[in-house]
Design a protein around this ligand. Structure first.
Ligand code: HEM
Length: 467
């Protein structure tokens, strides 16, 4: 006999909105606190529908069973008839299948190796800009790393230069994207009748989408007008044929994929890099160890793609960072519509999840599960992420580490993000001694659709003469 899923009492009309808007400004924090109160599976009512919240490694593992559970694309574009890029399309959308088949090889590790020179080009711009700032000026880490990751994804995949390091402010594309994130975040917890009244906000959202779309369209039109031989992702989309159908991709879909890469490909990676830097600086012995490894592997020579595999501690630093603060903090799923039983059960039949329930997986909470990591679950200990330790944990608890999602909807950009992050961290550690601007800085989290450290400033002192 199934039990009721626990959860706070809901109010008429408001459901559990008061618990989720608890004044702390962080929805993820509110969800996690409710998890501490009600356990690793609980229910809340938001905007009239039941959400089932998941917060343990065992339950996350259950959620990766694609026969029972599938991805719900984010709220952002649901309901619109715009073409959907890979991230926002449903499993059933033929555009998703076509995009997946054409694009997977373009983001495979070997293709990403070929992007190393372009990645290094932008990383050098960051290093030069920090060297010019010198120790006298404090640096807002997240802003500069966002410039870096946006410029990197654009150069590597579409040979397009945003030149963000040549302007003081954030690129207008980033401004528009952040504005849509904020609007959608605000809307996510509003009841349906309130949403309907927010006409101005919706119109503003449309305006930002139209701007981002125009940036993508300009890039495609410019490429058609000035073709190149370069084997980048944009050319793969323009000329590549779907191996199953032989069809090429429509232009409106190419634009949707490009804005998807620009959005999905930079906020996430800049968050990972910023959190990694914060973790190293808050734990100085780990900073020293990472820098010593970089010195031992690279000395003062420039990094090459073949060095990446030898930076094992740095790899562990990134894994541990992605465990503690996964930059995509939620995964959203629902019961596989192909299931015909009306509901599925979890925890060996203990709880029932119904077809119209929305499931929200708190990835960070699941990845900091004390059952897997013991009393030190919330501490930054990169050593537990060395391959031999990591593989053992993953064999025992397959849901212990899923910052890139799972199954066929897992992140297509994972090899890209990892190579870029390894390269950039190695170059920073090789080039500078980095310090916190405020030695007492306590990690604060800022949430839009992704998370990143808030108000995180550093100062850098160049270690060697830069050519
Ligand atoms: C999907 C995380 C970097 C493109 C995803 C998902 C996660 C994720 C968790 C699955 C979302 C879901 O199930 O709803 C991350 C993290 C990154 C990162 C943590 C960096 C540290 C990138 C990069 C790209 C990218 C660099 C560049 C192209 C995508 C796309 C999807 C996706 C297109 C949708 C794939 C599909 O459904 O077919 N990512 N991502 N991501 N990511 Fe990433």
């Amino acid at each position: 006999m199934a039990e009721d899923i626990p959860g706070p009492r809901k109010l008429p009309l408001l459901g559990n909105l008061l618990e989720l808007n608890d004044g702390t400004g962080s929805i993820i924090g509110s969800f996690e606190r409710l998890c501490d109160a009600y356990g690793p599976i609980y229910q809340v009512s938001i905007a009239g529908s039941r959400r089932v919240i998941i917060g343990s490694a065992d339950l996350l593992e259950e959620m990766t069973d694609e026969k029972r559970f599938v991805k719900v694309p984010p709220e952002v574009r649901r309901g619109s008839d715009r073409p959907k890029g890979l991230f926002t399309a449903t499993n059933e959308d033929p555009d998703w299948a076509q995009g997946h088949r054409i694009l997977m090889p373009a983001f495979a590790p070997l293709s990403v190796h070929d992007m190393f020179a372009d990645m290094k080009d932008i990383a050098n711009q960051l290093i030069l800009s920090w060297a010019r700032k010198g120790p006298e000026n404090r640096i807002l880490v997240t802003d500069d790393l966002t410039k870096l990751t946006l410029d990197t994804i654009a150069l590597c995949t579409m040979s397009y230069r945003f030149n963000s390091f040549y302007t003081e402010s954030l690129n207008p594309f980033v401004e528009a994207m952040m504005a849509t994130f904020k609007i959608n975040n605000d809307l996510a917890t509003k009841p349906a009748f309130v949403k309907k009244l927010m006409v101005k906000k919706m119109a503003e959202n449309e305006k930002h989408f139209a701007f981002m779309n125009k940036v993508g369209l300009d890039i495609v039109e410019n490429r058609r007008a000035n073709p190149t031989e370069k084997k980048d992702v944009l050319n793969t989309m323009i000329y590549g044929k779907d191996p199953k159908t032989g069809h090429v991709m429509r232009d409106d879909l190419i634009v949707a994929q490009m804005t998807t890469f620009l959005i999905a490909g930079h906020e996430t990676t800049s968050g990972l890099l910023s959190f990694a830097m914060a973790n190293l600086l808050k734990n100085p012995h780990t900073y020293l160890k990472a820098q010593q490894e970089v010195d031992a592997v690279l000395g003062s020579r420039t990094i090459e793609v073949t060095d990446i595999k030898n930076l094992k501690y740095l790899n562990a630093v990134l894994r541990e960072t992605a465990r503690l603060t996964p930059t995509v903090p939620f995964l959203q799923k629902h019961v596989n519509p192909q299931d015909t039983t009306g509901f599925v059960t979890v925890e060996r039949g203990r709880y029932r999840i119904k077809h119209d329930d929305q499931i929200i997986i708190l990835v960070g909470k699941c990845q900091r599960d004390p059952k897997v990591w013991g009393e030190t679950a919330c501490e930054f200990i990169p050593e537990r992420m060395y391959d031999e330790n990591f593989d053992k944990v993953m064999a025992a608890y397959p849901g212990a580490w899923k910052p890139f999602g799972n199954g066929k909807r897992a992140c297509i950009g994972r090899p890209f993000a990892w190579q870029e992050s390894m390269l950039v961290m190695a170059m920073i550690l090789q080039s500078f001694d980095v310090k916190l601007d405020d030695p007492n800085y306590e990690l604060k989290i800022k949430q839009s659709l992704t998370i990143k450290p808030d108000d995180f400033y550093i100062r850098v002192t160049p270690r060697k003469r830069l050519d």
